[in-house]
Design a binder for this molecule. Structure first.
Ligand SMILES: *Cc1c(COP(=O)(O)O)cnc(C)c1O
Length: 431
């Protein structure tokens, strides 16, 4: 980074400090991961200079011949990875991909059904402060006392609210989904079924979790969580179909495919020019995810999460749903003498990064919360195995058992530093 360091020392210093933080801190935020240097090189390339509104072969600007190569590679690799008919790799983020679904499937005021945000759902699934809850009418299903979704309760809810769209997907749900049962319910109430696999996409790509693509009408994802690509979003359809709203193509009068509605929802519906440099980096990440090593990675992520849940349970912590199927766990701290906010702060000062999170039936506000959410995707990328995870839980327990004791935090910090040094991440820091 010699240009940046000489021309803009202030930003360079921030980058350098961030490299250091990532190298020597313990990253347990469930939505984060570490990309390869190839992903970063593609993302840092001259494709950032290019306007490319439209799709490959059908652009509004000239000079897109190499952009088309990059986007076509991203699309074909994504289709191979998820075994599906159609993808759009242009959404700038998971939230933009989701916005394209609403724009294609609902009119303002229409009712949809999704997972309760207080039970693990995402802001874009109907929060009153998000466009999804401002412009549409959200209704919710939740989890039961055992922390799991009960499909009979989902069916009852769907029959009483008659949603036009049912969403699956969460940012804090540690169990797998029964997509077949969701599809049966969607068909019974004549709703479209949409899966937002933002969190587990990498595990789904690797085949270690159930596959939503054969069952959901539409799938959205981020590319930067377990999928380990650049920050971004994507739309997918397993088997393309005629849109059920009777929308026709302007000249021919032909019924348009659902994929065509989603393409137009992304552009010109939602976005201007695509981020071509990010699309190139998505292509690189999809190629990585197609390698056999990625399947081993995904299996290890899942094993590490299972070990993490078991270690917390054996130390007397409560884990929502009693364990995990995927990469994340939600620890319910109500039986301990600490809330989520204070736990997050205490751990941060020991260089362990987690986030406070509501647990189902939480009595505390979203700013305080009764839980913490932890994920194993990032630490597994840097090579953590089961025994390392057990050490991590021991260290977390030491901090949470004495959250105000600065000497404990200091000792834990030193051990975290050693653990990170044993699993090097990025070697390009200069200082
Ligand atoms: C992370 C996440 C998103 C949003 O992704 P951004 O890229 O941050 O916009 C959407 N849905 C779910 C379920 C998520 O977990």
């Amino acid at each position: 980074m010699n240009h940046l360091s000489s021309q803009d020392p202030e930003i360079y210093a921030a980058v350098e400090q961030e490299v250091h933080r990532q190298n020597y801190g313990l990253e347990l935020i469930a939505s984060e991961n570490f990309v390869s240097r190839s992903v970063m090189q593609a993302q840092g390339s001259v494709f950032t200079n290019k306007y490319a509104e439209g799709l490959p072969g059908r652009r509004y600007y000239g000079g897109c011949e190499f952009t088309d190569v990059a986007e076509d590679l991203a699309r074909s690799r994504a289709k191979q990875l998820f075994q599906c008919d159609w993808v759009n790799v242009q959404p700038h983020s998971g939230a933009s991909a989701n916005a394209a679904v609403y724009l294609s499937c609902l009119k303002p005021g229409d009712t949809f059904l999704g997972l309760d945000l207080a039970h693990g759902g995402h802001l874009t699934h109907g929060s009153p402060v998000n466009f999804s809850g401002i412009w549409f009418q959200p209704t919710y299903y939740g989890v039961e006392n055992d922390g799991r979704i009960d499909m009979d309760r989902v069916r009852d809810k769907a029959k009483s609210v008659h949603p036009r769209l049912i969403s699956i997907g969460a940012s804090a749900y540690s169990r797998d989904f029964d997509y077949e049962a969701f599809r049966t319910i969607a068909d019974e109430v004549n709703a479209l079924l949409w899966m937002d696999m933002a969190h587990p996409a990498g595990l789904i790509a690797a085949g270690v979790l159930n596959d939503p693509l054969p069952h959901a009408h539409i799938v959205t994802t981020t590319t930067h969580k377990t999928l380990r690509g650049p920050r971004g979003g994507m739309l997918l359809i397993g088997r393309d179909f005629e849109n059920p709203f009777g929308k026709v193509a302007p000249k021919s009068g032909r019924i348009r495919k659902m994929s065509e509605l989603l393409d137009s929802a992304v552009f010109p519906g939602m976005q201007g020019g695509p981020l071509v440099h990010v699309i190139a980096a998505k292509a690189v990440a999809f190629r990585e995810a197609l390698q056999p090593e990625f399947i081993s990675y995904a299996r290890q992520v899942q094993k590490n999460a299972a070990v993490m849940a078991a270690s917390f349970l054996s130390r007397g912590y409560e884990v929502v749903s009693g364990g995990t199927d995927n990469h994340l766990i939600l620890v319910d701290l109500r039986s301990r003498n600490i809330n989520g906010r204070d736990a997050e702060h205490a751990l941060q000062s020991a260089h362990i990064t987690v986030n406070k999170n509501m647990v189902p039936f939480d009595d505390k506000s979203p700013f305080v919360t009764s839980g913490i959410r932890l994920g194993t995707a990032a630490v597994t990328t840097r090579g953590f195995q089961e025994t390392d995870i057990e050490s991590v839980v021991t260290l977390i327990d030491r901090v949470l058992s004495a959250p105000t004791d600065a000497s404990v935090r200091h000792k834990v910090q030193t051990e975290i530093h050693a653990l990170c040094e044993a699993h090097p991440l990025y070697d390009f820091v200069t200082a």
